[in-house]
Design a protein around this ligand. Structure first.
Ligand code: GLN
Length: 264
């Protein structure tokens, strides 16, 4: 049986820092390798999504100004459909500025608060006087047990996957998780959600946020497979659907290199 997925890239012309579009290249290529028909659509200012069409939404990072620029368009043209899709189980991944934007509110460095997209119950505030530093550098975090088990459950044959996620962060915004939202991983190196938290990322249903830029899916093939597997389960209605495992030699070597270099 041939599976099909529709991936929607939100605001690719406004939100794309540090190679975040590389995540789309990974999803498209893994679909090709796995024999999944994959259509990638761009949805930007002025466009309206088609209800029920998208299996996986992706939104990259951006500067504060880029984030503010898309908020009214999102609420005016996209919110109803995307909220309904994600509440029904469609997958959504937001990275850094995209992750901040998915939340309820975003208090910018200039003191102005803007509303977020309202897709996940998190809030982000730029640092006050107590946090002067940007969160910048390599980020390594240990995947929480329930999420790790779910990752394993997505493979048809047992696959040895890393216990870690690795990436690069660069943000001033500090994100705080609200009720009903779980972090993805415990921070081992770097910061993650905020400078005083021990955790990185967020999850609500199949909505995921992460501070890991460009290298998120290229260097974490197990996370890419999680997104694809959940999107296929959502589309097919089969909650036991599994994926064949790819060899991932280069991907896992790149992952391991980061762990060995920066986490003694
Ligand atoms: N504007 C956000 C911040 O600096 C996010 C920047 C980014 O996506 N790297 O907090």
């Amino acid at each position: 049986m041939t599976y099909s997925l529709t991936i929607t890239h939100l605001y690719p012309d406004h939100l794309n820092l540090y190679g975040d579009t590389g995540n789309l290249i990974v999803l498209r290529r893994r679909c090709q390798w796995l024999g999944i028909d994959c259509t990638v659509k761009a949805l930007t200012m002025g466009d309206r999504p088609t209800p029920g069409e998208t299996d996986l939404y992706f939104m990259g990072g951006g500067q504060d100004n880029d984030q503010v620029a898309v908020v009214d368009d999102f609420h005016g043209r996209k919110y109803d459909t995307i909220k309904a899709d994600t509440e029904a189980g469609a997958v959504f991944l937001g990275v850094c500025g995209g992750y901040q934007l998915m939340g309820n509110t975003f208090l910018m460095g200039n003191g102005e608060e803007t509303r977020g997209l309202g897709i996940i119950n998190v809030d982000t505030r730029a640092p006050g006087s107590e946090v002067k530093q940007r969160c910048i550098g390599n980020l390594i975090a240990e995947i929480l047990p329930a999420l790790y088990q779910q990752m394993l459950s997505l493979y048809t044959q047992p696959k040895a996957i890393p216990h870690t996620l690795v990436g690069f962060e660069n943000h001033s915004g500090q994100t705080y998780l609200g009720a009903g939202v779980e972090p993805l991983a415990k921070t081992l190196v770097g910061f993650g959600n905020n400078a005083s938290a021990d955790y990185e990322g967020a999850r609500y249903k199949n909505v995921f946020g992460s501070y890991m830029h460009g290298s998120l899916l290229p260097k974490n093939p197990h996370f890419a497979d999680l997104l694809l597997g959940l999107a296929l389960r959502y589309r097919s209605g089969d909650s036991t659907l599994t994926l064949p495992s790819l060899a991932d030699r280069e991907e896992l070597a790149a992952h391991q290199y980061v762990v060995e270099q920066y986490h003694a």
